[in-house]
Ligand binder design. Structure first.
Ligand SMILES: [Fe+2]
Length: 181
């Protein structure tokens, strides 16, 4: 991380650099997620096409907004946000979304796993930010609340009358898609 020339008042440069690193990781995750949700929007097929196709666009818009907030927080802290696709692919710790044209249930099963990963990482960030920067923590909490709501929209399609999820125990997107389909 390059040395900062300035940061927000009252924060040490070392703390700001760590907060910027957490923000950058979430920025990559948000950019990856809104592109992935559009990919699913374009690739779902089957009798429930229109419901799922249209459910996803407000999620894309919200997650694009999260990316903008994360990037501008990095700049506010004196850093330089990275938003290019090559940098995202080089930095990410997760795999490319693995499903192309498939039924709505298969994609929803895979998205259950996608959201599990994104939300768990946000919660890890919240734990660390409680000490470092409550202002950024507040942003992460706001994003997490929305992501958890969207995750429920996905899971409501995978749930049976007893409350069980068809994707229970799945460890990969393909596995989850198979279970949900
Ligand atoms: Fe569209």
């Amino acid at each position: 991380m390059a040395n900062l020339k300035y940061t927000v008042p009252g924060m040490s440069d070392a703390d700001a650099e760590r907060v910027i690193a957490l923000l950058q990781e979430r920025l990559h995750a948000a950019n990856d997620l809104h592109l992935t949700l559009k990919h699913v929007h374009w690739n779902v097929v089957g009798p429930h096409f229109i419901a799922v196709h249209e459910m996803l666009d407000p999620q894309v818009e919200a997650v694009r907004g999260f990316a903008d907030e994360l990037a501008e927080r990095i700049a506010t802290l004196g850093g330089s946000p990275t938003g290019t696709p090559g940098a995202l692919v080089a930095a990410r710790s997760w795999e490319e979304y693995s499903i192309g044209r498939a039924t709505t249930q298969e994609h929803l099963g895979a998205l259950d796993l996608v959201y599990q990963g994104v939300i768990s990482s946000y919660r890890d960030g919240i734990k660390e930010l409680g000490e470092l920067d409550p202002v950024t923590e507040d942003m992460f909490i706001g994003h997490t609340e929305k992501l958890e709501l969207f995750h429920w929209f996905i899971r409501a399609h995978l749930e049976d009358k007893a409350g069980g999820l068809s994707t229970e125990g799945a460890t990969s997107e393909k596995d989850a898609a198979r279970s949900a389909g």
